[in-house]
Write a protein that binds this ligand. Structure first.
Ligand code: TEU
Ligand code: CA
Length: 565
């Protein structure tokens, strides 16, 4: 079994601050809004809250472009609000985790402004500034948000700076020890303030393949996705270990890495006993169905693929450390819209997905609105989209010959704005999120799907999440739910997920009928008791029958069960 950590038995929750709750009625969520809702989070059973960036920012990439790491953006409030939030959270046993965005900063950050003035001086070395090839970029890497990763330095014919993301997000030069020290200093400053730790944004990108060479083109634009260089970049662990020792360890900080494109054999180095992070997100289901061509060429994810991805992650990680389970975040569509077939999205199937996510080995990480089963937005036109990433993918679709309508249709399902629409608190105007017009339109379905309504109903998605969360904390079962070994069962069945959680005190069996058709399931064990059933309270609640083959269940459409055997 893995070494126990204080956060293992918790449930975590991500807040996207612009869209969570508006405290001062300007249409944008803020810190006062979060403070207002701490009781709500406590009631749900949340004990760790990660807040997406609230630092000073020009908001080219919604706060992931930071112009001052030591300041709260006025849109969100003041440093006093932040201190109050920390204090109030503490009273409720909630640990606050901030976003650490240090692969890049904003082009408005004073470091970059100074670099622009003197590219060969001290601050020039804070970034990757390179000579081009006769006025063309040094190499053919494509940025995550489209176009070259290289942008010309204003005033120079053949000097470029590197940006893996938008051109307003210049990459910080981690090879420079001064840069690293500045970052560690900033981290310590925040930890000293009382935050519990950080979520580390795009962190694997901090190590570059410094040869900056062309790679074989993967699209007709002649470029290759910059992410590919990560395969050739050696030594990210040295940076990460140094950061851990100098910044995190002195404060015993909780750290959770956002890692894509990492090598599975490195799991130990990431989340093992001496790993550089406490945890990392499990993005295995997220990458399913993707295409090098772009979002427009994605295909839907099948239940079996989803299952296999989840099982694989657990197989490679559960003896090493604990990953975090998500079905959505601020970069993703809504989980229920993505992992359930479109015509089957209903409260029962949403509860099944909730059950899978919370009963799978790992730290459950909810994203705001997931607990009420918020769905993707129906975008009517590209004008409704704010997100820089979606706008680029829309253009890619157009460049590939799709007309506007098709392009929108194909990329809308992946848009990051699906998750960024305001939190649906009630059926009041603007979903109770704000008294003014929100910065991004609310989802039309807020009168059906909202917190206020769901809290009054015992059979709501919200109530089911609450039940799953309290189950994780029930002293009778917590050890098994948190540390019990996950062992797949009935893997030959299509559209089905079954697994044991084998603990020291008991064995739980999790069964999910991931389809609308009913089916018969036979298990070899006798049932001690049924602990969770998403049909509870209805006449279709599980009724196991003992036969000589074993125990037989007639499982309803998207039925989800946790059984003690
Ligand atoms: O995301 C990193 C990242 O890899 C994503 O950009 C991902 O490729 C994309 O969202 C897929 O659609 C982090 C943040 O979570 C994201 O919001 C930021 O835009 C990005 O870093 C840059 O800071
Ligand atoms: Ca506000």
């Amino acid at each position: 079994m893995i070494k126990k950590k204080w956060w293992h038995d918790k449930v975590a929750y991500q807040i996207y601050p612009k869209s969570f709750k508006d405290g001062n009625s300007d249409g944008i969520g803020d810190l006062r809004g979060i403070i207002e809702k701490l009781d709500y989070l406590e009631e749900l059973g949340v004990e760790i809250v990660w807040i997406s960036p609230i630092y000073q920012s020009p908001f080219i990439d919604q706060g992931y472009d930071i112009s001052d790491y030591y300041a709260i953006d006025p849109v969100f409030g003041t440093m006093d609000d932040m201190d109050e939030l920390l204090l109030e959270a503490k009273k409720r046993n909630i640990s606050i985790v901030m976003d650490l965005v240090v692969n890049h900063c904003s082009d408005q950050h004073e470091w970059f402004q100074k670099a622009l003035r003197d590219p060969f001086g001290k601050y020039g070395r804070y970034f990757y500034i390179r000579e081009g090839k006769n006025g063309n970029p040094p190499c053919n890497w494509r940025s995550y948000f489209g176009g070259s990763v290289w942008e010309k330095l204003p005033g120079y014919e053949n000097l470029f700076y590197l940006h893996m993301f938008a051109k307003e997000q210049p990459d910080l030069n981690w090879e420079n020890p001064q840069v690293r020290q500045e970052i560690y200093k900033m981290i310590r400053w925040w930890l000293k303030k009382g935050i519990a730790g950080f979520r580390l944004d795009a962190i694997i990108n901090i190590k570059k393949d410094l040869r900056f060479q062309d790679m074989p083109a993967d699209r007709e634009d002649g470029m290759c996705t910059g992410a590919k260089m990560l395969q050739y970049a050696e030594g990210v662990h040295e940076f990460l270990q140094e950061m851990k020792q100098e910044a995190f360890e002195p404060y015993q900080a909780f750290t959770i890495g956002e890692l894509f494109d990492f090598r599975p054999e490195e799991m130990e180095r990431y989340i093992g006993d001496n790993g550089c992070f406490e945890s990392i997100f499990d993005f295995a289901p997220h990458i399913l169905g993707g295409s090098e061509k772009g979002w427009f060429a994605r295909r839907p994810v099948t239940p079996d693929e989803f299952r296999d991805a989840v099982y694989h992650s657990k197989t490679v990680s559960q003896d090493i450390g604990m990953m975090a389970n998500i079905i959505e975040n601020h970069d993703e569509p809504r989980g229920v819209s993505r992992y359930l077939p479109e015509h089957d999205i209903n409260e029962t199937s949403k509860k099944m997905l909730a059950g899978i996510s919370l009963m799978t080995y790992g730290l459950p990480f909810l994203y705001q609105g997931q607990e009420i089963g918020m769905t993707n937005k129906q975008f009517q036109s590209i004008e409704e989209v704010d997100d820089i990433n979606t706008l680029d993918e829309y253009n890619v679709a157009i460049e590939n010959g799709l007309d506007k309508e098709q392009a929108l249709k194909l990329i809308a399902g992946m848009s990051r704005d699906n998750a960024r629409t305001p939190m649906q608190w009630s059926n009041e105007p603007n979903a109770g999120f704000s008294k003014s017009n929100p910065w991004l339109a609310v989802n039309d379905n807020y009168s059906e799907i909202n917190v206020e309504e769901q809290k009054t109903r015992k059979d709501s998605v919200w109530s089911f999440y609450k039940k799953l969360i309290s189950f994780r904390k029930n002293p009778e079962y917590t050890e098994t739910v948190v540390y019990g070994r996950q062992i797949p069962v009935l893997t030959e069945l299509k559209n089905f997920m079954g697994f044991y959680r084998r603990g020291e005190k008991q064995v739980l069996l999790v069964l999910a009928n991931y389809q609308s058709q009913k089916r018969e399931i036979v298990i070899k064990e006798k049932v001690k008791r049924i602990l969770i059933d998403n049909y509870e309270g209805s006449c279709d609640t599980a009724k196991p029958i003992q036969t000589e083959k074993g125990t037989v269940f007639l499982m309803e459409s998207y039925q989800f069960l946790v059984i003690e055997v």
